[in-house]
Design a protein around this ligand. Structure first.
Ligand code: SF4
Length: 566
């Protein structure tokens, strides 16, 4: 099949060269953020004349496939031996464990940039450097290799060739979508009262890149009235994907049934339903390490075969379908479903994949968000869920237990844990159960940061047992606390709670989540918030992040409001 595609260097080499296991030994949640900060720190120290974030692209023409490969290299450095492409990687591993064979995908990515630059500048050879930064110590290790233009060209042509069969599948899927979406008709005999109006408003909202807040009574058929126009909108320019978000499994099933109805009318789209990790996990205990789980062992060696198999044979990747193919290819069903989100048109899942700052899909990069519409079902639930997602608490007793657990082996960790416990007790009140604080004491934040650094070093070591589990729990609570602290402003209340047996907790409580919801929604092309109970309407509109009123319509059946994306 002939066709055109654009892909980033990173996506291309990750697909072709990924191998190995899922290995979720202890690792930090903040890796992505840390990675960004570490990149910037290295780039700040580049010499005069060196450049950061240099955009490069090249078009390969292989057997009818026109593949535009593009990306930004971290650094383009000047050296006496000629230009150097620098690729920066942060790592939790010790630097002396890493050599030139450790990460073939990283080398492949850097070689991709090097080829494009050598091609553009007509160079015979070029140097490629990987700069590793140890996340904890910030120590650096640099490895540099020289490649001829011929070597790099051969390497990239081989890479594109290996990608070609997969690209053909993606082109086939795209063709099916482009052929069937324009012809799709509403999959029922006729519209119920109010349905046409709701469907029309959803389509227009996505077309105009705005947000919509709609209240419609139970029984009107809200799922089909929102999903159908969103699917139709997939034929618009710069509209690639729909995220259908729900709070409950039952509404996820309704969305799947609506897609099935459209499929019966000829629609050929790929959809995936995301199920929480602990629910879909095949093991009794969720320990995602190759020694414990056969579905983690060699996951990346088998994932490409599984994706090709499911894409060729299925359109609706519901939980049972994912489980079937995951068992067939011996891969983790949860990771598999996440990997599928990169290639499908519709994703059905819980609110948290978009709105929770801890678990939101990091793979949803800004470019893709701008081409994605989110449909938020029963969105009145999102207000309470968002309060929860953007709140965090720490507990005095948990730190004191860590201090006791580790006082003999890690004096520094024990002392800092004790200090946090004492920080918290300064606000303890024997007379009042709840105390509102005006601000977070400066030393508490610093101490929690120091606790994380100290705990992280310890958790990288081979320690086992219940006290390790306790430390991991407090580590993640502390990490979440610091993460949420970044959001704290006058939408928050800081609440101390005195508990039984002298325990004390400190909570960052998100009273009004409107600003965080607004910020999250802003990154997407459109947000459709709908429910039977958005009443009082002004309150929910405000809480869900709505602002500027463009159209307001109030009738017996529907209450709708659109606002601009600004
Ligand atoms: S099957 Fe369960 S334990 Fe294994 S990798 Fe997946 S989530 Fe982890």
């Amino acid at each position: 099949m002939e066709g055109k595609m654009t892909i980033s260097v990173r996506e291309l080499v990750s697909y072709v060269y990924r191998t190995g296991h899922i290995d979720e030994r202890f690792q930090t949640n903040t890796a992505l953020l840390e990675g960004t900060a570490i990149h910037q720190e290295v780039q700040k120290k580049y010499k005069e004349g060196d450049q950061s974030e240099v955009f490069l692209e090249y078009e390969f023409n292989k057997e009818g496939l026109l593949l535009k490969v593009q990306g930004r290299c971290d650094g383009l450095l000047i050296s006496e031996e000629g230009p150097v492409i620098d690729e920066i990687k942060s790592t939790g591993r010790e630097l002396d464990e890493i050599d030139e064979t450790t990460h073939p995908v990283y080398w492949a990515q850097a070689k991709g940039y090097a080829f494009m630059y050598a091609e553009k500048e007509d160079l015979d050879q070029i140097q490629v450097q990987l700069t590793y930064v140890q996340k904890r110590t910030k120590d650096k290790k640099r490895m540099r290799r020289t490649f001829t233009y011929k070597e790099l060209k051969g390497f990239m042509e081989e890479t594109v060739e290996k990608y070609n069969s997969y690209a053909q599948i993606l082109l086939h899927i795209r063709e099916q979508k482009e052929k069937t979406v324009p012809d799709l008709k509403f999959p029922f005999q006729g519209y119920r009262e109010g349905q046409r109006k709701l469907a029309g408003s959803v389509y227009r909202t996505v077309e105009e890149k705005r947000n919509l807040f709609a209240q419609a009574p139970t029984g009107i058929g809200k799922t089909i009235s929102t999903l159908f126009p969103a699917v139709k909108a997939l034929q618009l320019e710069d509209m690639d994907r729909v995220f259908y978000l729900t709070a409950k499994t039952i509404t996820r099933t309704t969305a799947e049934e609506s897609l099935l109805k459209m499929k019966e009318k000829g629609l050929m789209l790929r959809s995936v339903t995301l199920t929480a990790k602990d629910k879909i996990c095949f093991q009794e205990e969720t320990i995602c390490q190759p020694d414990f789980c056969a579905f983690a062992d060699g996951y990346y060696d088998r994932i490409n075969g599984a994706i090709v198999d499911i894409l060729l044979n299925e359109t609706q990747m519901t939980r049972p379908v994912i489980e079937y193919y995951a068992r067939k290819h011996r891969i983790c069903p949860f990771e598999f479903s996440l990997d599928l989100t990169d290639v499908v048109d519709i994703i059905i899942g819980d609110y948290n994949y978009i709105f929770d700052p801890r678990v939101s899909l990091k793979r949803l990069l800004p470019d893709r968000k701008k081409k994605t519409a989110i449909l938020v079902d029963e969105s009145h639930n999102l207000v309470e869920r968002a309060r929860d997602m953007y709140s965090a608490a720490i507990h005095k007793q948990a730190y004191m237990t860590v201090a006791e657990d580790w006082q003999e082996e890690d004096d520094a960790l024990a002392k800092i844990s004790e200090a946090i416990g004492k920080d918290l007790m300064r606000f303890y009140s024997s007379t009042e159960e709840y105390v509102q604080w005006e601000q977070v004491p400066g030393e508490l934040e610093e101490n929690v940061e120091r606790f994380l650094t100290q705990a992280e070093a310890l958790l990288q070591e081979e320690v086992e047992g219940e006290r390790k589990e306790r430390l991991i729990d407090v580590y993640f609570q502390s990490q979440r606390f610091l993460k949420i602290l970044e959001y704290v402003d006058d939408h928050y209340r800081l609440i101390g709670e005195s508990k039984s047996q002298g325990d004390f907790s400190f909570k960052l409580f998100c009273l009004d989540p409107s600003h965080v919801l607004r910020e999250t929604t802003k990154g997407f092309r459109s947000g459709i918030f709908f429910s039977a109970t958005l009443s009082p309407f002004a309150y929910y509109k405000e809480m869900l992040g709505g602002r500027e009123v463009i159209i307001f319509c109030n009738c017996l059946l529907l209450t709708m409001l659109l606002r601009s994306m600004s």
